[in-house]
Design a protein around this ligand. Sequence first.
Ligand code: GLU
Length: 370
Amino acid sequence: MPAASSAHLPRRIVVKLGTGVLTTGIGQLNTERIAALAAGISGLRASGVEVVVVSSGAVGLGMGRLGLKKKPSAIARKQACAAIGQSLLMQTWQRAFDPHGATVAQVLLTHEDLRSRARHLGVKACLQELLDYGVVPVINENDTVSAAEIKFGDNDTLSALVAGLVDAQHLVILSTAPGLIDMKGTGKILPVVEKITPEIEAMAGGTTDVTATGGMISKISAAKVALRAGCAVSIASGAEPDILARLFRGDNPGTTFIPAGVPLESRKRWIAHYQRPTGEILVNANAVPALRDQGRSLLAIGVTGSRGRFAPGDIVNILGPDDTVLARGETAFGDADIARIAGLPSEKLKPLFPGRKHLEVIHRDDLVVL
Ligand code: GLU
């Protein structure tokens, strides 16, 4: 059954489901709730909304199968749990969508898959293909092969990166948390957040659940990433019946974050959020407003030095004199050259790099203020 009149519905959404929503206790599937969520998603699909699911639960289900009461700290055991739980998770999703005549597709991603531009675009094209076929992609991190240094870490972050990747208009994070509680004011759920201020961030606390990973802190940082891509974000309780229909009917059961400003275009999004910077370029006080307020390129004259090892084409953070991260960008110079050119005006650079056309350290098209 269609969820609502299609006039106000987004074209494409990402729904992220936390382990706590999909299970009762450790590793026991909450089949009734999963059926209700599949019905909610199917209702939206029937109204013309394309839905990409990001589902946690692999590690939790694996723990249940193995009779483990605590999340294993050994990486290999966690990976083993994920390998066991992931297939159970997919069987469950397919069974839940069967009554609605929908096919699900398993998509397992590592950070590397979104980091390399070619693979990033490949995943995007594949998800588009699945959506064109009317299939429901069910994405999870490929925990079985993700070692610590290549991990997204939590599925909140993953869901925000996926929302940017597929150009979703809305990311819905359903967990056991009903929304962001207004700790300063009413003690109730904040219905709408127009800007993530330090006060808003202070309202989030970490998770204490044995199977959960992120908690509210990771949801807020995921919200920031999605908002920069122009995607609205709602945090609501996956335990509430009809939560998706209610959300898109405009009842706003939870907290909705509204994107502001012009969304970052896809290449800049890729630079800002999908990369792990390999080094840092330090800039002087004059460079700060030029980059932050005037949208200029970073020139050698504004550079005071660098930290870490990096090569031309690597993604680096740009730090102001107070040592806070100001921007991120694709550097045109490696760290060895930065040491030679820091502080030099462009005319002095020319003889050092004869024949080179572009002498910006980071061109403004390759630079994102954070
Ligand atoms: N990828 C993990 C799993 O499927 C969950 C990570 C998370 O909940 O954030 O178990």
